[in-house]
Design a binder for this molecule. Structure first.
Ligand code: DAH
Length: 370
């Protein structure tokens, strides 16, 4: 056996036995590197007699190529084994239940807002919104509540301390009108913003936060309302009543619903009504349906011609109806909470009890409250 044969046998054995990539690379350097054993043999080619080189040259080349190929094969093998080991170690069973279990719940107010959006989307209403920091023109004046109007005082408005400024150019109040910043006292200014921003026909609801300086078991300084607005030609109280009835049936998931429209007064609607929903006593609990008792749920009416005109529309051409409703109260009626203040305490026990699973997405097909 020649040196080359011995070297091949030794090297191939070492390569086959290399336990990892680092050892294998050590073997590669020791054999094929600059000072490697195979390289040293190759260097002897130069000083060989031509007839010897004719025989040894191809043998040494074959040795070098064979060792290089064996190293490459072993390398591929070790890499595949390393990948397999890593995949086995990092294996995840995605079918296992989440651990720890899901934390956090959807607040009933958010859930009810989603329910409202779902119910009204089915009736062709889009969701609109507006700023919580408003000016008194959008919050009051454009809604037919002029400066001297007693309704302004009734709203217990939070004014911003640096609140006075002059309407900028292009403000719908008209240039040079003095404006005051405030926290919107109702969602009704979204009616104004919507009419100013898009042409009729308009069908929107606008759920959101509202603010009044008021606090007891049924009032919090921040609360939630949803506004509804329809503007088109030929809109009547009949459309209003049908829409509200359809909404109440879907929301409370009761078919036998009677609404009572009581004449009322809001500056921005004419005529105005307050809407009560018929209830009955069911084992000491008040439940929706029947006519034994009445619960007031919202204010509503035909949009006042002055409001339509303030938004640049012709009240002889366009009519509409609007409604405004407390979302917190809707949630309390539907899901049985008794103290409004607990809604905003952030008590994790309350949230766990009254909150909804993120997967409980309201849909009409499943019944909105599912
Ligand atoms: N903005 C009224 C409030 O906060 C609620 C309301 C009543 C809204 C009648 C309306 C409406 O759109 O037509 O008390």
């Amino acid at each position: 056996m020649t040196d080359a044969d011995t070297l091949r046998i030794d090297l191939l054995a070492a390569i086959a036995a290399a336990p990892d990539l680092a050892v294998l690379d050590g073997i590669r350097v020791a054999a094929l590197g600059k000072a490697g054993s195979v390289t040293a043999l190759m260097k002897t080619l130069g000083s060989m007699a031509p007839d010897v080189r004719l025989v040894d040259g191809p043998r040494l080349n074959a040795l070098r190529d064979g060792v290089a190929a064996a190293i490459a094969d072993r390398k591929a093998e070790l890499e595949a084994a390393a990948l397999d080991a890593r995949l086995a170690a990092e294996r995840l069973d995605l079918t296992l239940p989440v651990s720890p279990g899901p934390a956090g719940t959807i607040h009933p107010v958010s859930q009810v807002m989603d329910e409202l959006a779902e119910i009204f989307a089915d009736l062709g209403f889009a969701v609109a919104d507006g700023p919580e920091i408003e000016d008194d023109w959008h919050n009051f004046t454009a809604l037919n509540i002029p400066e001297s109007h007693p309704a302004r005082a009734m709203h217990d408005t939070f004014y911003l301390t640096q609140g006075d400024h002059v309407a900028p150019n292009g403000h719908p109040a008209g240039a040079a009108t003095s404006l005051r910043w405030l926290l919107r006292t109702h969602t009704s200014p979204v009616q104004i913003r919507t009419m100013l921003n898009q042409p009729p026909p308009i069908r929107i609801i606008a759920p959101g936060r509202t603010y009044r300086s008021d606090s007891d078991a049924t009032h919090t300084p921040m609360f939630h309302q949803v506004e509804g607005l329809v503007i088109d030609r030929g809109i009547t109280m009949g459309h209003l009543k049908w829409t509200l009835e359809t909404f109440v049936k879907a929301f409370f998931e009761v078919d036998d619903v009677t609404l009572r429209l009581r004449p009322s007064y809001f500056p921005f609607t004419e005529p105005s009504v307050e809407v009560d929903v018929g209830c009955s006593w069911d084992g000491g609990m008040l439940s929706i349906g029947g006519t034994a008792s009445w619960l007031e749920i919202l204010g509503s009416g035909m949009v006042h011609p002055r409001v339509i005109a303030a938004c640049g529309l012709d009240p002889d051409e366009y009519q509409g109806f609007a409604f405004g409703c407390g979302i917190d109260r809707l949630a309390m009626l539907k899901y049985g909470m008794t103290d409004l203040r607990a809604f905003f305490d952030g008590d994790a026990r309350w949230l766990r009890h009254y909150g909804f699973k993120p997967t409980d997405v309201p849909t009409l097909s499943a019944g909105v409250g599912a």
